[in-house]
Design a protein around this ligand. Structure first.
Ligand SMILES: C[S@@+](CC[C@H](N)C(=O)[O-])C[C@H]1O[C@@H](n2cnc3c(N)ncnc32)[C@H](O)[C@@H]1O
Length: 478
């Protein structure tokens, strides 16, 4: 047995073949009479598509495919990147697949794959289109000497001495007055000005990430579902009610707003310092992290890759820029609406704001058959069919380029969730597996880590097909 097979045995012995996924196939004839036409059609497509794919029960990964525990993980907790996965997940794959060569994450987000690679003493590369992600990943993966730590401690001391300024600071975005209490906004802007004037680069960046990471907490909004929501809008049994902004702010925030913001910032910095002193781990290897489009990763580096481990945007219209828009504006990563529009347009085609008139050249019969079942009057946006096509067109380009740069017997691990539009499921995991096979990869396993829920409207329609609404890890080998 070669070492890779052995690694498989160790990694996968604990997983049984998932009966959850096989069930609809077995009961197909029984169900089909009861199903509506479009559901029966979907089942037919899924059966054909998944006939030769192996699904495994990956429930032991279910708590690792999201960020829940990252908020307690040293270093990863510096910035709450809710779209991220856990460090343990990547670590398990690196160890069990016995990766010794380069690692890569084309959607590096907060840099989890890079952090795990660095801790396993691997060279790694990361790319993301979002400047906030790139900054967070860089700061979390920086090499800090004891001199750097002393500098950060010194800045923490200075921070505690800062007094409220009499200046009137200006935010460059028109929502600021709604999103923040006026005094809190002034305090945030004053601290930003202070931080950007720090000379020592690593200290400045660490403080800037600390500052970015407290914004949501001290604001009037929260990240929820597919966007941001106002905290003063409460759901009641009789629908939503808006609590008046000033009243809500007075109840929620203490009288001394300046010191409230200062304490939040100092606490975050203390956490960073504590992780640096006690939990930073091995940092001999510093990942190379680029801001750019992963479809052009070959322009950034040409080294061979042994493991690419990533979670792409899901094909569910989630807009990563919308969710980070307050931090993007307040941090002055963007300075006008046109820049924001361009940024949204530069991402993977996974939502209606990311469509960029790029032609769609990749054709997939299963996908077209599923799209033909969409009911246009039930879609909330006419562009959804092209989002779905664009998504797999981009995925095809990416996997093709990855194939070329992956070492022989190298691996690709993809954490991805399926989605549904107008009651039609897009089985992204098995579609990716099929595309990868067309390109030349072997599909080793698809681990089904958990089942997903959908909007209550679609829930009933999808009752018989709910097993296909899942979040999986697709493992490919070259
Ligand atoms: C699911 S998140 C990845 C989270 C990451 N695994 C972590 O643990 O933090 C997907 C990321 O893809 C990025 N992204 C979207 N389109 C991209 C593109 N074309 N090139 C590179 N990154 C992209 C988003 O900004 C987002 O950070």
């Amino acid at each position: 047995m070669g070492h890779t097979e052995l690694a498989y045995k160790i990694l996968f012995d604990e997983f049984e073949v998932a009966s959850v996924v096989a069930e609809p196939t077995l009961n197909y004839n029984l169900f089909v009479a009861e199903l509506e036409n479009s559901q029966a059609e979907q089942l037919k497509i899924f059966n054909k598509l998944e006939r030769s794919l192996q699904f495994y029960n990956g429930e032991s990964f279910r708590n690792q495919v999201h960020f829940q525990f990252a908020n307690q993980t040293p270093v990863q907790r510096w910035f709450s990147y809710r779209e991220g996965y856990s460090l343990k997940l990547v670590d398990a794959f690196i160890k069990e697949l016995r990766i010794k060569g380069n690692a890569f994450d084309p959607f590096s987000g907060s840099g989890t794959t890079l952090l795990a690679s660095r801790m396993a003493n691997l060279n790694s590369f990361g790319i993301d289109v979002n400047p906030i992600s790139v900054l967070v990943a860089k700061v979390e993966n920086e090499q800090y000497t004891s001199e750097d730590i002393i500098q950060i401690e010194e800045e923490l001391r200075k921070l505690t001495d800062i007094e409220k300024s009499k200046d009137n600071f200006q935010a460059i975005f028109d929502l600021a007055g709604k999103v923040f209490n006026q005094e809190i906004l002034q305090a945030l802007l004053q601290f930003r000005q202070h931080i950007t004037a720090i000379q020592h680069e690593k200290t400045k960046m660490a403080l800037f990430v600390a500052w970015l990471s407290i914004i949501e907490d001290v604001s009037n909004i929260k990240k929820e579902g597919n966007g941001i929501k106002y905290k003063n809008r409460k759901r009641t049994p009789n629908g939503y009610i808006n609590i008046e902004k000033e009243k809500w702010e007075n109840d929620k925030f203490p009288d001394n707003k300046f010191s409230f913001v200062k304490t939040k910032l100092s606490n975050r910095l203390e956490m960073i310092l504590s992780d640096l002193q006690f939990d930073y781990g091995n940092c001999d290897k510093k990942p190379s992290i680029f801001k750019g489009n992963c479809l052009e990763f070959d322009k950034f580096f040409s080294d061979e890759i042994e493991l690419t481990f990533f979670s792409p945007p899901y094909c569910n219209c989630f807009d990563y820029f919308e969710i980070h828009k307050i931090e993007l504006w307040l941090g002055e990563f963007i300075s006008n609406k046109e820049e924001f529009r361009k940024l949204r347009n530069s991402g993977f085609r996974s939502n209606t704001n990311s469509l960029n008139h790029k032609p769609i050249t990749y054709k997939n019969e299963y996908l077209e058959n599923l799209i033909s079942l969409f009911e246009p009057q039930k879609l909330w946006n006419n562009n959804i069919p092209n989002v779905v096509r664009g998504y797999f067109d981009d995925m095809y380009t990416l996997l093709n380029k990855l194939y070329r740069q992956t070492t022989k017997n190298g691996y690709i691990g993809i954490v991805v969730g399926n989605s549904a539009y107008s009651g039609i499921i897009i089985p992204t995991d098995s579609l990716i597996a099929t595309i990868a096979r067309e390109i030349g990869f072997k599909v080793k396993n698809i681990f089904v880590t958990r089942h997903l829920t959908t909007s209550s409207q679609q829930k009933q329609e999808l009752e018989y097909l709910k097993n296909y609404l899942r979040e999986s890890i697709v493992l490919l080998e070259k």
